[in-house]
Design a protein around this ligand. Structure first.
Ligand code: LLP
Length: 384
């Protein structure tokens, strides 16, 4: 299923385009559901990973909540029919209109990242005479062992309330008439393959919970964020991430108090493997050191390799010649517009189709129109 590329049908579609394997998405969602249901965990889908309508429709059918990071994401989730009561809203820089919108729509919870933000939420809530539920996003200073640009839970990162400031923030909240402290929130980073990072997070959560208990504060929700990684090297062999062990770590690791719920915010692990960028080879150019396969998809269509030096597996899905090495590059006027160096591919020529794998998360949502390019369209396995 995860290798379903109807190359013949692709030939009549203008390239580059996103191609989603809807069967794989379905299987992934089933796995998330069955593994999280074992422990009554609550899963919010991190809509920043992919906000494509058809993908969102499928996710909604599985009864997930949504994790948003902008007012426009909140609006999108509501427009797509997700219940407001499943929406959580994080972000270090929520604008006033975004806070107002969240309050007006009665979303489940604001994950607040500073006392300055709390002051503004309280001011708006007071004006509206409406109580607002918040969770404190605490920066746990836990190493995620991932790329530095997608690490979020260290002291030097801008996210969350520093542990040193937790007491001060709690004291401030108790003086705010319109703020209800629902819980605590964490997110240590993304594309985490070493599950021991999550065990370390559990330990930190337990320490912090003990502190709240000593203070006599009961917390309803413990939100541990997202971050579970996917196998970019072997998408066909490992299309579905290890949700079983991931959820088990939290069920064994976190000391839950009676009536408490554990919440998750999963993005990449849900949608990453079902998406591919399909692109056509325009030219093969012999370079001094290497051959370039120049494709019509570029960093404007999938920015991860250029931005994070991220690896995405590239497959030539129309040739079965003998293997040769190529630098696979796009047409954009930037040297960083490259999808990979010295990639072994079957002999490649003009007109061949390439699949850039594992592009379902942070692919289509990060498209830009630099060089005034058109945004790539999306196609779906159940419609071809
Ligand atoms: N919760 C919060 C508060 C987050 O900041 C994020 C991701 C998530 C949940 C979802 O994390 P996931 O399960 O997808 O790892 N554009 C980058 C990734 C940025 C992640 C930002 N935050 C990339 O392409 O790798």
């Amino acid at each position: 299923m995860s290798n379903y590329f109807p190359a013949e049908k692709f030939k009549s579609i203008p390239t580059p385009f996103y191609f989603y394997d809807m069967g794989l998405l379905e299987q992934t969602l089933q796995k998330v559901k069955s593994e999280s249901d074992k422990y009554n965990f609550v899963v919010h889908y991190a809509i920043k990973a992919n906000a494509n309508d058809r993908i969102l429709e499928r996710i909604r059918e599985y009864g997930m909540g949504v994790d948003c990071v902008s007012g426009f994401e909140v609006k999108k989730a509501l427009d797509m029919g997700f219940p407001a009561q499943g929406i959580v809203f994080a972000g270090v820089g929520k604008a006033d209109w975004e806070i107002e919108m969240g309050i007006d729509n009665n979303i489940a919870c604001f994950n607040v990242e500073s006392t300055a933000e709390l002051d503004v939420i309280n001011e708006i809530a007071t004006r509206k005479n409406q109580k607002v539920k918040v969770a404190m996003r605490i920066n746990p200073n836990v190493k995620a062992n991932t790329h530095k640009y997608i690490t979020t839970g260290l002291d030097e990162n801008k996210f969350g309330i520093h542990q040193m400031d937790v007491e001060k923030t709690v004291d401030a909240i108790t003086k705010m008439d319109f703020i209800n402290l629902e819980g605590i929130h964490f997110h240590i980073g993304s594309q985490i393959m070493d599950l021991s990072s999550f065990s370390a997070l559990c330990e930190r959560v337990n320490e912090i919970q003990d502190w709240f208990e000593e203070k006599g504060i009961a917390l309803k929700t413990i939100n541990v964020g997202g971050g579970l990684g996917i196998d970019y090297n072997k998408p066909a062999e490992n299309p579905i991430p290890d949700f079983e062990n991931y959820f088990r770590i939290f069920s064994e690791g976190i000391k839950l108090r009676p009536g408490q719920e554990i919440h998750f915010e999963l993005g990449r692990s849900v949608v990453g493997q079902c998406g591919n960028l399909i692109s056509k080879v325009l030219y093969v150019k012999e370079g001094v050191k290497t051959n370039f396969a120049i494709i019509d998809g570029g960093m404007t269509d999938l920015i991860r390799p250029a931005l994070y030096q991220a690896y995405h597996k590239i497959e030539n899905i129309t040739s079965n010649g003998s293997e040769e090495k190529y630098d696979v590059v796009g047409p954009i006027c930037e040297s960083s517009d490259s999808f990979g160096k010295d990639i072994e591919l079957p002999k490649t020529s003009r007109g061949d189709l390439m699949a850039i794998r594992s592009a379902g998360a942070y692919g289509e949502v990060m498209v830009s129109r630099y060089n005034l390019r058109e945004e790539p369209k999306a196609y779906y396995s159940d419609q071809l």
